[in-house]
Ligand binder design. Structure first.
Ligand code: FMN
Length: 129
């Protein structure tokens, strides 16, 4: 059964700021998520990270264990974790290119205190964008 996990975390050091740090995460994610049939989307904004991941339960659980242990970020908080009928994300990993505009469209200055509903709303409008 497919599930979707959405979590937020705080970047450590240059994570999400330097192009190299972003490229490294996207490269690993693309390779592993393709292998594990996981799809996902990642947003960096002002030191905060938001990621949505979709896939089979066992694949997501293995991935979340790796992600939680990753020292490039800290304070991983699961905002939402639920079964889904179908995927909303169709690429192994995509980077949200213009987080500020997306956040503005749901009336939020920042992703630091995002609720599960707001995170789902972000997924909706990024699809429409
Ligand atoms: C914000 C963030 C998001 C990540 N997203 C993924 C992901 O979607 N898929 C993935 O395989 N690794 C992701 N990683 C990397 C993992 O934490 C871990 O380093 C990697 O999966 C290990 O891969 P390896 O076993 O091939 O070395 C992410 C790391 C960070 C910091």
């Amino acid at each position: 059964m497919l599930h979707r996990v959405i979590y937020a975390s705080e970047a450590v050091g240059a994570t999400g700021v330097s192009t190299l740090s972003i490229a490294q995460i996207l490269g690993e994610s693309d390779r592993n998520n393709r292998r594990d049939r996981v799809s996902g989307c990642l947003m960096f904004h002002q030191g905060h990270i938001l990621q949505a991941l979709e896939g089979e339960r066992a694949d997501l659980d293995r991935l979340m264990r790796r992600i939680i242990a990753d020292p490039r970020h800290t304070g991983v908080r699961i905002l939402s974790d639920m079964p889904i009928a179908e995927r909303r994300l169709h690429e192994p990993m995509c980077l949200c290119g213009d987080p500020a505009t997306l956040l503005e469209r749901i009336g939020l200055p920042c992703i630091s205190r995002l609720t599960a509903n707001e995170a789902e709303a972000l997924l909706d409008i990024r699809k429409a964008a």
